[in-house]
Design a protein around this ligand. Sequence first.
Ligand code: ZN
Length: 444
Amino acid sequence: MSGVRETGPQDWAVRAAAEIMDRCDRLAGISDMESGIERTYLSPRMADAYELAGGWMREAGLDVHVDPAGNLVGRVEGSRPGLPALVLGSHLDTVPDAGRYDGILGVVTSIHVVSHLIDSSITARLPFAIEVVAFGDEEGARFGATLLGSSGFAGCWNPGWMDLRDRDGVSMRQAFHDFGLDPDRVEDAARTRDQVMGYLELHIEQGPILEQRDRALSSVSSIAAAARYMIEVRGESRHIATPYDLREDALTAAAQMIVAVDSISRVAGTRANVGEIAAEPGGVNVIAGKTVFSLDVRAGTNAQRDAVFDRIWEAFDDICTQRSVTVTKRRIHQADAVRCDDFLRGCIDSGIEGAERKPAFGLISFPGHDGMAVAHALPIAMLYVRCANGISHSPLESVRQDDVAYGADAFARAVVAVADRLGAVGDLAHAATGLSADPLGTSA
Ligand SMILES: [Zn+2]
């Protein structure tokens, strides 16, 4: 690649970063909110965003279409037509009152990276095609269910989703029609391993670690395992006059459980949150007979998640005995950890080291990402870009332009590293059949 500098990102990436920031601002202007950003799956505003981003893709030299699951796809061929594609992607949908970079930065940067590779005559030498995919739904803000676009792409679409309705009562089936798509064809969006060979995503960190370490970039080692429960504690409602040795206080017991969750999770290096709590009957002079609270736990591996829950349940049992209450646990969500593919992560790391001239390291991603769904079909890896104060899903979301330049530089280098390393082993058939024997990281 040309324009190599002694320090800092390459010239093309510095120039690209200015335009990437500008394009993120322009996409932020396409919103369903009066002031603030909101863009949801299959909405008219999403069609406007596709018009704009699809134009940038065409300008870069990509062939563009909207797939049957409502994702925007741009493709450039490699050294010959019809090769399996390395997919660069992220999402263009947002939560209500969102920031302008979560998902969007990955899509816009990918377009610039491919544009650079085309202009440098690199794509014509690659043993794979490149596709940029802008997923239409990651956040799940419109229909409740999340990762819709990437699930369609990865062939793990749930047919029951078509009957979900948005807050205006519009069914997803109707939304497909309104967007000009056939809901009965959604499963045709599923891509096979002879069409696509791997997935790379650039995304803001949504956490403070890169800032703390004074670094622009990292790779992701895994996307965290998660589980959510509703916990119901039952005791007995009685007057405040009840002596302590006769009380069965469900709220005090729940308070002790919540503190125990916090302590256990801190020691285990996992992340836990209790964000909702309700006590009954709710009288100032009445001991609570029932308390219900939510519990969300994220962990780097399934084994860590399961081990931390073992300790939490043990603590809950002890508290029940001490305070003469009972507890029931209802699981409402569970997602396994997705380990990033070693080969692709190595390519991301080499891109980071080339761009930043510093050793690369990996972070666990505690937020969920499109890669969780894509991993059902393909090996995945991710590149994290530092964001201010770890803030995301907020208008305060912010990234530095020089970090974006480093990110674009590293991402382009990662794509070239995939080609180099496949070429280095002299096994292009490997590219056609896949990169990893264990793309789901099930052995993790
Ligand atoms: Zn995101």
